[in-house]
Design a protein around this ligand. Structure first.
Ligand SMILES: Nc1ncnc2c1ncn2[C@@H]1O[C@H](COP(=O)(O)OP(=O)(O)OP(=O)(O)O)[C@@H](O)[C@H]1O
Ligand SMILES: [Mg+2]
Length: 489
């Protein structure tokens, strides 16, 4: 387990803004892009419908025009080549006469041959009855002519358009596509221009044309437009979705980073205030504490004379004030760290000084000390006084961590160009993995009487020396601090 140069984070407070706050304008852009996509899709569908509607209209107009011309031609041909000769030859037109019927049939089929006409039907003018039809089963049927027949009788050519099916027919959802055009024109007696009189209407000619193929082509075109535009819209949607989700996550990350930064700033501010407060209180406590201590020392001497055997009471006061003074000094060190004054020096010198100071404590606790201080190590910019305090705090923790067969190892060695590594290891209780990251946090302590400031102060001091600290620990095995001092600059 290792914790390396972790920046201490203070106690977290509630965040002032939500992450989504920074995303509001982007959300609007997102909604706008998707809704505009939907609007474009609707318009494209509308456009495809308009295009196919127009194509159908043009197709109808062209076919109607064509049918009218054909019917006109048929009118002329039938009158000239059938009506006139028949009247001359037979005296009267009677289509019941097979000879006359065949003659008419030949003429009609001759005119319409190869013209993609489905049927030609001629109605009588006096009675709504079919006198002739290329579909022989229709001949003689009465009352078949509808409104269009009546209109044509009045001299007005007209058409009836019947169709079924739509784009959905392509999917087999609605009925099959079919389309037919029936054109009705009055069958007139053709007169020479010199006759001057108006044309006599002898009947009605109906021409039927099947436009299913053309109509199916239009529907297929409509289907293709819808499919292509839906496809393009689908691709656009996916691309937009991808861009939006990428942009969304990037923005969310940035908003989160900004929030974290703000939070850190707030924390730093709060800690700064707390520090000032602690420093003021500690400072105010320090002087009365000194007075209490010296008074207790005087009392101890007096009690020795006046009430021997009760000196331990004054001793308690002296010890507790000493402990309290220690705490106050720690607080002051943390809240108002002294400004470091660096001079080139050897890490070994400071280490030796601390080890000499703690030697009696090690002996008292029966802790073995192993030292291996390398010689000829480079110099570093050091503040001996501050570094002493930092190493003292780390070593004290080691001393407090070991139980029986305690062993403290302190060694220094050359670590790369101009660097010195100092290793302080103990075989104590170790630190749990989840705690390891917190040991440098101010006020983190697992000790009954600990302030939790020892390592926070040490870290501040080592940071000011630009030294890198790595802690490794195994529960029940011990803890190792590795501190690397940078080259002299
Ligand atoms: N060598 C170590 N072995 C085991 N635990 C350690 C060691 N060093 C630090 N710790 C853990 O880290 C915590 C924080 O240490 P720190 O020195 O900051 O505070 P403290 O020792 O509890 O209090 P103070 O130093 O004010 O007496 C300790 O309470 C302890 O749980
Ligand atoms: Mg400590």
């Amino acid at each position: 387990m290792a914790a390396a140069d972790k920046t201490p984070a203070g106690p977290g407070g509630p965040p002032k803004h939500k992450v989504s706050d920074g995303l509001e304008p982007f959300k609007l852009v997102e909604y706008f892009s998707f809704s505009s996509l939907a609007v474009i899709l609707v318009f494209t569908l509308l456009l495809s419908w308009l295009i196919s509607e127009n194509a159908r209209k043009v197709m109808l107009e062209q076919n109607e025009e064509y049918s009218l011309l054909l019917a006109e031609n048929l009118n002329q041909q039938v009158f000239r080549r059938f009506v006139l000769p028949a009247v001359i030859r037979y005296g009267v037109i009677a289509l019941r006469n097979p000879e006359q019927f065949e003659l008419l049939d030949d003429i009609v089929k001759g005119v319409t041959q190869g013209l993609k006409i489905d049927s030609v039907t001629i109605y009588d003018s006096s009675k709504n009855i079919i006198s002739y039809s290329t579909i022989s089963s229709l001949v003689g049927k009465e009352g078949v002519g509808a409104a269009e027949y009546q209109k044509a009788l009045k001299g007005v050519p007209n058409s009836r358009f019947t169709y079924s099916g739509s784009v959905l027919s392509l999917l087999g959802i609605t009925s099959e596509v079919s389309c037919e055009l029936k054109t009705f024109i009055p069958f007139r007696q053709v007169r020479r221009e010199s006759d001057g009189a108006g044309d006599l209407i002898m009947g009605v000619i109906e021409i039927e044309k099947d436009l299913t193929n053309n109509y199916a082509n239009i529907i297929r075109l409509q289907g293709r437009i819808i499919m292509v535009s839906s496809g393009i819209m689908g691709i656009l949607f996916l691309v937009l979705r991808f861009i939006v989700s990428r942009a969304g996550s990037i923005m969310e990350r940035r908003a989160l980073e900004r929030l974290r930064l703000e939070e850190k700033l707030n924390q730093a501010e709060r800690l700064a205030h707390l520090g000032t407060m602690v420093a003021t209180v500690s400072h105010e406590i320090k002087s009365p504490l000194g007075i209490v201590r010296s008074t207790a020392e005087i009392l101890e001497k007096r009690i020795q004379k006046l009430a021997p055997g009760n000196e331990h009471l004054a001793k308690i006061v002296i010890d507790e004030t000493a402990r309290l003074n220690n705490i106050v000094v720690q607080f002051l060190d943390f809240a108002r760290p002294p400004v470091a004054e660096f001079v080139p020096g050897q890490v070994n010198d400071v280490v030796s000084k601390v080890l000499t100071f703690i030697a009696p404590e090690l002996r008292r606790r029966d802790i073995a000390l192993e030292t291996a201080l390398a010689e000829g190590l480079p110099s570093h910019n050091l503040d001996g006084e501050l570094l002493y305090r930092a190493l003292f705090n780390i070593l004290m923790n080691g001393i407090q961590a070991v139980t029986e067969h305690g062993l403290l190892r302190v060694c220094t060695r050359l670590a790369g160009e101009g660097c010195t590594e100092l290793i302080i290891a103990d075989n104590g209780v170790g630190i749990a993995a989840d705690k390891l990251e917190q040991i440098f946090l101010p006020f983190f302590s697992e000790k009954h009487k600990g302030t939790g400031l020892g390592l926070a102060i040490a870290k501040n001091i080592l940071d000011s020396h630009r030294a890198a600290v790595v802690v490794t620990s195994e529960e029940g095995q011990g803890t190792t601090f590795s501190i690397v001092f940078p080259p002299l600059s």
